[in-house]
Design a protein around this ligand. Structure first.
Ligand SMILES: [Zn+2]
Length: 198
């Protein structure tokens, strides 16, 4: 079986090169998990490695903050045989809407595509805990936390991804001069990746 990083590269969810980020910084890699979630069979395969890590936690629900967490939550909940719900932002505030309920006795995993600082994840934790539920961890495709991240929940990830970024005037890729700077998403891909048989 291929490892998760290979799969992410194959479906263009992880690109290597020389990228101009929206922050203005340059980086040697770019991650867009939605590119993986285009392929349900690949998403199933990658997230099965996360399901394996959490199968003994007696989870009752998985909750994915919209948009990034919704599909991850759905697929993981499907594999665990539990309920999938999502929180969403309304008037700038994270909320549980659409008649979804959680309460005492619920042991919930928060699902994200990527966890970087965990800040937005914690907004969802607060919503669920205020309703009496217990949040026992966070799951994600790519764990991009830096070493100094103070995120308090256990994180169960399909892969750990470290992508360094640089100020434009201090970029080793610019100095090397071998890779042209490009905006993520602007690259012309030579061929459509076909969904593989599993
Ligand atoms: Zn550069």
């Amino acid at each position: 079986m291929q490892d998760n990083l290979t799969i992410l590269k194959q479906c263009e969810a992880f690109l290597e090169g020389h990228f101009l980020l929206s922050s203005g910084r340059h980086s040697g890699g770019y991650c867009q998990c939605a590119k993986l979630l285009r392929f349900p069979a690949l998403a199933e395969q990658v997230l099965s490695t996360v399901a394996l890590q959490v199968k003994d936690l007696a989870v009752t629900k998985v909750c994915g903050p919209a948009m990034g967490g919704v599909i991850v939550s759905y697929e993981l909940a499907r594999q665990l045989g539990v309920e999938s719900i999502f929180t969403e932002r309304k008037d700038g505030e994270m909320q549980l809407r659409r008649g979804f309920t959680v309460g005492k006795g619920d042991k919930i995993l928060i699902a994200e595509d990527v966890i970087t600082t965990g800040k937005s994840t914690m907004e969802t934790v607060k919503v669920l805990e205020d309703m009496g539920a217990e949040v026992i961890g966070a799951v994600c495709i790519a764990d991009r936390r830096a070493g100094d991240c103070a995120f308090v929940l256990p994180v169960y990830a399909a892969l750990k991804l470290t992508i360094d970024s640089y100020e434009p005037d201090d970029c080793p890729l610019c100095r090397a001069g071998t890779l042209a700077l490009e905006k993520p998403g602007s690259r012309e891909m030579p061929a459509i990746v076909k969904q593989r048989e599993i």
